[in-house]
Design a protein around this ligand. Sequence first.
Ligand SMILES: Cc1cc2nc3c(=O)[nH]c(=O)nc-3n(C[C@H](O)[C@H](O)[C@H](O)COP(=O)(O)O)c2cc1C
Length: 349
Amino acid sequence: MKDILLKEYKLNNMLILKNRIVMAPMTRAKATDELVPTDAMVEYYVRRSSAGLIITEGTVISEDASGYNNVPGIFSEAQVKHWKKVTDKVHHHNGLIFLQIWHVGRVSHPTFLKGKLPIAPSETEMTQRLHRSENLIPGKSRAASVQEIQEIIENYAIAATNAIKAGFDGVEIHGANGYLIDQFLHHHTNRRQDNYGGTPENMARFALDVVRACGEAIGYERVGLRLSPGGYLNQIVGDARDAEVFKFLLAELNKLPIAYIHTGNFDDSQKFSELNQMTMTEFMRKHYHGTLIGCGGYSFKQARENIENNLFDLVAIGRPFIANPDLIDRYIHEKPLVPYHNAMLDTLY
Ligand SMILES: Cc1cc2nc3c(=O)[nH]c(=O)nc-3n(C[C@H](O)[C@H](O)[C@H](O)COP(=O)(O)O)c2cc1C
C-alpha cells in the first residue's frame, strides 16, 4: 500500500496536492528594504516545489502591518511583480503555493510605524524583545478604532486579490502565534467592550470578517487560516475563557467552504490547560470538520501515524525544509536528513 504521506490529497474542487507534506510558513527576512521579493527567494521556493503545498513566509498586507525589517509585502506593484516570478517558476515545477498574509498588531515598534504606537485590540504592553529585531522591545500598543479595524479588513481583501494577481493558488491568513488576529481571539489582549470584544461571538468577529472579506474577494476555496487556540507565543497568556472563543470561531468556520485550517505551534505535543488539557490540534480536530494541517516538531513517522489515526489530514514541516530543500526526495528514497541549525537562517538556500 502507498505511504499515506505520499498520496494525493484533494483539498477541494480547485486544488489537488500531489502529496500530504506541506512546507510550513517561515519568515526569512531576506526581501529588499522596500519589502520586495528577490531572485534568491525565487530559487529558494523553487527548490522546495516538490512539497504538496508551499506556504510562504508571513507577508505583510500593508506598510503599517509590519514589525520586522526585510519581510516581504503584497501591497505594491513591485511586490506583486516579483512574487509572480516565484509563482511562475513553482508552477513550472508542478508545485502549488499559498501566500501567508500577515498583520503583526502589537508585535511591532514605532520604528516601523513612522513613530506611531503599534495597534492591538486593547491597550497592552509587551516587554519581550522582538524576534529577529533584537534591540527593540515593542512596549505599549494602543487600541485600534473601529474605523481602523474596517480598513485593516479591507487591506486583507486587497492583499488576497494581489496574491491572486501574483499567481498564487491561494492565501493563508496568519491568525496564529500572537499576531493581530490572534490578539483579538485571546482575553489577555482583547478587553474591548464593543462589537469586537466581550463575548465569544464578538471576539471571533475580526477573524471571521477577515476570512469573509478574503473569501468574497478570491473565493473561499483559495483561503486557509492558521490558528493558535493555546496562548504560547509573543506573550499571549492563555485564559480558560479563550476555549469558548475558539469553539465559536470553529463552529462558524464549519459553515464556510474555506480550504483548510492549520495549527500554529512549534511543538504540537504541548497540552494546554485552557484547552482542557488538549493539544491545539486535538482541540481543533474536535471542533472543526474540514481539512486540518498539523504542525509543530513532527517527524515523518509521527505525521504518518497521526494522519492514519485521523488526528489531522496534512502535515506542515518547517525547519527540516530549511535544512533539506529536497526533503520529499530524501523521504521517498530514505536518505538521511541534514539536521537544522539556527545558523542556516543567515543564508537562503
Ligand atoms: C525561522 C522560522 C520562521 C517562522 N516564520 C513563521 C511565519 O512567518 N509564519 C508562521 O505562521 N509561522 C512561522 N514559523 C513557525 C513555523 O511555521 C512552524 O510552525 C514551526 O517551525 C514548527 O514546525 P517545525 O517543527 O516543523 O519546524 C517560523 C518558524 C521558523 C523556524
